[in-house]
Each structure stands twice: as structure tokens, then as C-alpha cells.
Design a protein around this ligand. Sequence first.
Ligand SMILES: Cc1cc2nc3c(=O)[nH]c(=O)nc-3n(C[C@H](O)[C@H](O)[C@H](O)COP(=O)(O)O)c2cc1C
Length: 191
Amino acid sequence: MIKIIGIAGSLRKQSYNTALLHAAAQLLPEHAVLEIATIRDIPLYNEDIETTEGVPQAVSLLQERIAASDALLLATPEYNHSMPGVLKNAIDWLSRPPEQIQRVFSERPVAVIGATPGGFGTMLSQNAWLPVFRRLGMRPWLGEKIMLSKAQHVFSEDGAIQDEAVRKQLASFLAGFVAFVRTNRLGAGGK
Ligand SMILES: Cc1cc2nc3c(=O)[nH]c(=O)nc-3n(C[C@H](O)[C@H](O)[C@H](O)COP(=O)(O)O)c2cc1C
């Protein structure tokens, strides 16, 4: 069984990116699960807190979950042509202290998807994540893209994807990503 941890970079109840992640959980191929984690309880990064108290419990719990998984899937909004601060903040905490980078991120397959009411599908936000993945030594899967624009027409009020073509695109993306994870996960093929 392939276990993927999914994180949405929005705290909004009606978030399109959270809805996208929930849709993804329903469209995975066989023998794969997507566990959706929240970043809601992660405070703003403050090195003084790290030095005096260590990483907050919400961070260490999520570090454990990612370390025990096969891959990470980020559903990222785009803010001002880049990634949203809340998600970058969470990833920054998760990379602390630096020894955790090896355990939590290094060599771990990762993919990024995103949705926006705007016209360019979070393209610049998704691109902005690439140097972060490189810094963390991750293995980004770039085989297909999910860059949903005009998200208000893609999702129904209850957050379901109402466009069949988008569902198919997401299922194809997930099949490709899971196949990549199978051969690139830690421990596979002697890696
Ligand atoms: C501060 C801010 C900046 C934004 N900048 C962009 C942007 O550069 N490109 C874009 O497509 N949408 C932008 N948006 C609109 C977001 O895509 C929209 O709020 C989206 O619904 C956020 O994702 P969510 O639905 O998952 O919460 C911005 C929104 C905010 C609040």
C-alpha cells in the first residue's frame, strides 16, 4: 500500500485547494491512500520558540506522519504570484531542526497541484515550490499538471468536482504520481 500525506495550503473552510485534495483522495488508483493533514495548528515560525521550547507538537506530529509515509502531495493556492505564506511557514517548521530534513523530506517523492478562481491555474505558485523541494532534497514528480483555473466553475457548492474532464485529468495525474512513488519511494529498488 502506498501512503501519501496531502496538505492543502489554505485555512479557508470553502478552500478550493482543500476540496481538490478531498477529490484526489477519492480518485486514487488501487493500493494507494491519501491521508489529508492540516496545518491549522502550526504557529508562525519563531526561532526563539524553537530554541527555548523546541518544535511545537503540531509540527512534530506532522513530521512523524510524513516520515512514516511514502510521499507528499501539496495542494497550493497562489498568492501574489507565489506560494501562500501559511503553507511555506508549515514547511519551514517541518524542516526544523535541520536534522529533520533528512528524515522528513530527503528523497521523498512529492507532487504539487493547485486551484484558483484566477486564469493561470496556480502556475507561478507551483513553480515557486520547486527551489524549496530542491533545498529539501525531495523528488518532485513533474510528469503531468493539475493547474485548475476558474475554480468556481470546477467545484460545486459542496466541494465536489462537477467537471468530468477535470476528474479524469486528476485521476490520470494520481495514477502517474503513484506509479512514480512505487519506484522512487525510500527503500524501493535499493534507494
Ligand atoms: C493575498 C492574496 C493574493 C492572491 N494572489 C493570487 C495570485 O497571484 N494568483 C491567483 O491566481 N490568485 C490569487 N489570489 C486568489 C486566490 O487564488 C483565491 O483566494 C483562492 O480561492 C485561494 O485558495 P483557496 O480557495 O484554496 O483558499 C490571491 C488571494 C489572496 C488572498
